[in-house]
Design a protein around this ligand. Structure first.
Ligand SMILES: Cc1ncc(COP(=O)(O)O)c(C=O)c1O
Length: 418
């Protein structure tokens, strides 16, 4: 018999295989200083485009003060225990109702992490008689929810309504035979490519097929919709959407998440989501801090407008210079280049070390082989000077890439020595 750890030594995993070259630099980089567009990486000041702090709330004095007040008044420990046992408060209730009403749903429930909650939501909403139909580019939390659920599943090609129609026809037939129902799952904004889930198209299919629709609007809450009320509001389909979900990890610059729907659905989730029943309630500073963030989203639309001004300037400027931004329709700004991992990593080192620009790099299998995606996340805290500087630098590195200057093996930039 093998020692179970033998396999760990032999196969470090798809990402772990790069540890010796990448730990602390390409992976697990440490950004230091105040959260914002200008931070310190590897001892140098960088212009940072790598935080999902869309509205720039993370470091606003009002937000910092609310977080601190929450900690002063209640401490980090409160409330103790899971929500169901001893961790409920009137503040949790108030926040989840305010969030639900803001996105246009009657009832809401606060959860402690988006990832865990989504897994449980899928688990709870479906039984072995049901069938799930989901978008092929769904986030890992949706994929892991599918793995946990006993429901059968069909995948449709990303945002392809013909593919969805075909899968729905099969799914509805199977569900009918099994005495179950159908749940469609997609995202509001796809966080890598930045395109929107075709919610109008999906909702239109409700005329042909009986199904319920759940969306993960992690990147859409706060950025999309007339009030930052999300991607369903953007499409005007909140009433046809059955379950709305968003995390605080993006626009809200916090921790936590919420789910919103009809009261009986939310009640069923409250009483059955194992990731919440068997885990501690969201700490009070997170709740008090989230209340302040929601107040700012509601009352200061100019913050969201600033985000879009920066995002539009960045995207139109890059497009004007011939950059391929794929299909983005949101602030998420992917820049697609052609190259291999050696070229990509050398380009990133040049960007960080010589041009002081920090963004994330995305490679195969998230994008096809031979494609480099530089993922830029504009925020309301960025300035036009940041935008213009970045476009100039991107022009320069693209020239170098095309001229073969990055045709080198993956550099060893490992900063973690222990
Ligand atoms: C689409 C999507 N869903 C869910 C999550 C997970 O949310 P959380 O960070 O609150 O666990 C993320 C990332 O944060 C995400 O991008």
């Amino acid at each position: 018999m093998k020692d179970i750890f033998e396999r760990i030594k032999e196969t470090p995993g798809p990402l772990g295989q790069y540890q010796a070259n990448a730990d602390g630099y390409f992976m697990f980089p440490r950004l230091e200083g105040e959260i914002g567009p200008e931070m310190v990486f590897n001892g140098k000041k960088v212009l940072n485009w790598s935080l999902n702090n869309y509205l720039g709330l993370a470091n606003m004095p009002e937000v910092r003060e609310a977080d601190a007040q929450g900690a002063r008044d209640f401490g980090m420990a409160a409330p103790m225990g899971a929500r169901m046992m001893s961790g409920d408060t009137k503040y949790h209730k108030q926040l989840e109702q305010d969030l639900a009403h803001y996105v246009g749903k009657p009832y809401g429930y606060l959860v402690n992490f988006g990832y865990q909650a989504m897994i449980s939501i899928i688990d709870v909403l479906t039984s072995r008689r049901d069938v799930i139909v989901y978008d092929s580019e769904s986030h890992a939390c949706i994929m892991d929810g599918l793995r946990l659920s006993f429901a059968k599943r069909y995948v449709y090609q990303h945002n392809d309504m013909e593919s969805l129609r075909k899968q729905l026809a099969q799914a509805c037939k199977l569900a009918d035979e099994q005495g179950g129902g159908v749940l469609v799952i997609t995202e509001g904004v796809f966080g890598m490519a930045g395109d929107l889930g075709n919610l109008a198209g999906i909702v239109a299919l409700k005329k042909e097929f009986p199904f319920r629709l759940l969306i993960d609007d992690a990147h859409g809450f706060g950025t999309m919709g007339p009030k930052g009320d999300g991607t369903a509001a953007h499409f005007g389909v909140i009433d046809e959407l059955d379950v709305y979900f968003a995390t605080f990890a993006k626009s809200m610059a916090g921790i936590g998440a919420f789910v919103a729907s009809e009261k009986y659905v939310v009640d069923h989730l409250r009483f059955n989501m194992r990731s919440q029943i068997f885990a501690k309630s969201l700490p009070m500073p997170m709740v008090i801090g989230a209340m302040k963030r929601l107040e700012l989203i509601k009352t200061r639309p100019e913050i969201r407008e600033k985000l879009w001004t920066i995002a539009n300037a960045l995207q139109s400027g890059l497009k004007a210079e011939g950059f391929d931004l794929g299909r983005t329709q949101s602030p998420v700004t992917p820049v697609y280049l052609k190259g291999d991992p050696g070229q990509a990593t050398n380009l990133i080192v040049d960007l960080r070390e010589n041009h002081g620009i920090f963004c994330s790099m995305v490679l195969y299998p998230v994008v096809p082989k031979g494609v480099i995606m530089l993922r830029i996340i504009p925020t309301a805290a960025h300035t036009m000077e940041h935008v213009n500087r970045t476009i100039e630098v991107f022009k320069e590195v693209k020239k170098k890439l095309d001229a073969g200057e990055y045709n080198k093996p993956i550099p060893t930039m490992c900063l973690v020595k222990d």
